[in-house]
Design a protein around this ligand. Sequence first.
Ligand SMILES: Cc1cc2nc3c(=O)[nH]c(=O)nc-3n(C[C@H](O)[C@H](O)[C@H](O)COP(=O)(O)O)c2cc1C
Length: 201
Amino acid sequence: MEKAMVKIAIVYHSGYGHTAVQAEAVRRGASEVSGTDVSLIPVENRDESWDFIDSADAIIFGSPTYFGSASAQLKELLDETSGRWLEGRWANKLAAGFTNSAGMSGDKLATLQQINHFAMQHGMIWIGLGLPPGNNTSTGSPDDLNRLGGFLGAMSQADADVPPEVAPAGSDLRTAEFLGRRVAEAAVRWRAGQAAETVAA
Ligand SMILES: Cc1cc2nc3c(=O)[nH]c(=O)nc-3n(C[C@H](O)[C@H](O)[C@H](O)COP(=O)(O)O)c2cc1C
């Protein structure tokens, strides 16, 4: 019997296109892992995508940081999941997060924490970035992977006056790819473990 693909949903909002570039990098990374079916879902398209999201092994949430939190548009989607929370429908799915903003910090951590708390309330299993901080020694450079030094998820920065064709770029996009790949690899292992448990039972 053919093995079912491991499903990864990347659910994100982007008001002006910058976080969409980061989301695309997460998708590239996740798609490098064989046996995965990766779907990039802007929040605006959620109504036709709930089936995919509900059946996903992992959901990666992304948002710009607006006023030190996730955007209202991502939050709206999160708040629409209260029925799923009641049913425990997303429990034991893997979860991860990414955010983009103009400031180097810009309070991006607050957005990742918000997404993390959401995932924890749903009983999901959080996958952090898993990279050491880059660009934090005298020999470091902004080209280092994880140059913004995030741990909870992937961070990227885009100058406020620069279009999404230009920023975010470089290390931040490679960091986003890393997160996508890491979550996809974890999801493949997670699914294999669940299958082994079923056989053993
Ligand atoms: C309403 C609003 C609030 C913002 N608040 C922050 C903030 O708290 N920190 C920050 O670094 N940038 C902030 N920015 C800048 C955006 O995070 C930045 O322009 C980002 O690239 C936008 O992503 P998007 O193009 O995906 O919407 C804010 C922008 C807007 C429109």
